[in-house]
Design a binder for this molecule. Sequence first.
Ligand SMILES: Cc1cc2nc3c(=O)[nH]c(=O)nc-3n(C[C@H](O)[C@H](O)[C@H](O)COP(=O)(O)OP(=O)(O)OC[C@H]3O[C@@H](n4cnc5c(N)ncnc54)[C@H](O)[C@@H]3O)c2cc1C
Length: 384
Amino acid sequence: MTDARLPVVIVGSGLAAWTVARELRKLDKTRELRIVTRNAGHYYSKPMLSNALAAGKSAAQLVNTPAAQMAQQTAVRLHAHTTALSIDRDRRVVHTSDGAIEYGQLVLATGAEPLRVALDGDAAGDVLSVNDLDDYALFRERLAHAAPVVILGAGLIGCEFANDLAQAGHAVEIVDPGPQVLGRLVPEPAAALLQRSLERIGVRFHLKKSALSVERDRGQLRLRLSDDRRLNASLVLSAIGLRPRTDLARNAGLDTDRGIRVDASLRTSDQQIFALGDGAEYEGVVLPYVMPIMHAARTIAAQLVGSNVHVRFPPMPVVVKTPVAPVVAVPPPATLEPRWQHTTSESGIESRCLSADGRLLGFALVGDAIARKSGLLAALGESR
Ligand SMILES: Cc1cc2nc3c(=O)[nH]c(=O)nc-3n(C[C@H](O)[C@H](O)[C@H](O)COP(=O)(O)OP(=O)(O)OC[C@H]3O[C@@H](n4cnc5c(N)ncnc54)[C@H](O)[C@@H]3O)c2cc1C
């Protein structure tokens, strides 16, 4: 049974956590609401982290609303700089670094952790990832012009940082073991156009190569690649992917696999505990983007006030913020054998993925072709 006299406790203070708080307040002004977060709790747009350098923004300038103001606006009791350590599901208590907190319902919005590249060498610990404001502050502090910035990973985040760094005047090299950029997102001709566009602003690619080691060398870093090539770097940025944070949920006995497993009501295997955001797994898939969070937060807020609504994700385009050649993609379901059709123009490409009977299953647009996004999304909505 749900006890509405006890608070809703949300763990995390990223986009997922604050969006649940905002959506709940639209429906219920009085329920006690607490947020437990191990960072300061400021509200910021994480997607800006890979687009902020050329715009000259510091970490402080990326804060949209300071934590105290957010807490006041949403009538939240904020436990900042507090880590949730374990969940006692029988007693409905979260044990934190600052004591125990009882909950009526709990929302896990704990996000994901950057994957680490296994590297040899005395500077392996100096490799940075940028996944929150503090990481971004450190990244800016360590940036130097003496040698290129080497990015590990040519996916969405690696390409966005490459564009931003190059636009800010830095030499950039990208290393990726795969044969193309945006490997999981777009077909080869679309990837090739983005790669050429980044090369035009000075980015150099080392595809089908892995980084093996990184050493300190006279004030710089020196990488060794799998083809034995050496690269000098002022900084090494890892952008090889994220791993949902599932430890808290798993240790509490909740079902976890790729992420914290939830059903269409966004409930975990415990009916009083919900999950969303980068840490959640919806019907076998992790959706580490902003749009799913918006849909999921509305569903959780409705569930918290007693409406039995289920989440339905519409086709959600992934936008790659590479101003030199912007990309919008809706990849086809991974279970299907893709059949792509490409239409190229001077400064863009439209790639459509079609089924054997000609139905649209997904698409990728690069450069000028992104203007056709709305039409293709509508067509996709009808055909899926
Ligand atoms: C550089 C970059 C660019 C991106 N660009 C785009 C884009 O263009 N479009 C798009 O759709 N998506 C983009 N994304 C993804 C998008 O930003 C994320 O999907 C979204 O911000 C995730 O929000 P979240 O709240 O789930 O996780 P997070 O923002 O990671 O929040 C997790 C929170 O949980 C807290 N926490 C974790 N464990 C505990 C604990 N045990 N106790 C207390 N607190 C805890 C953390 O401190 C943090 O506050 C980008 C991501 C990055 C990194």
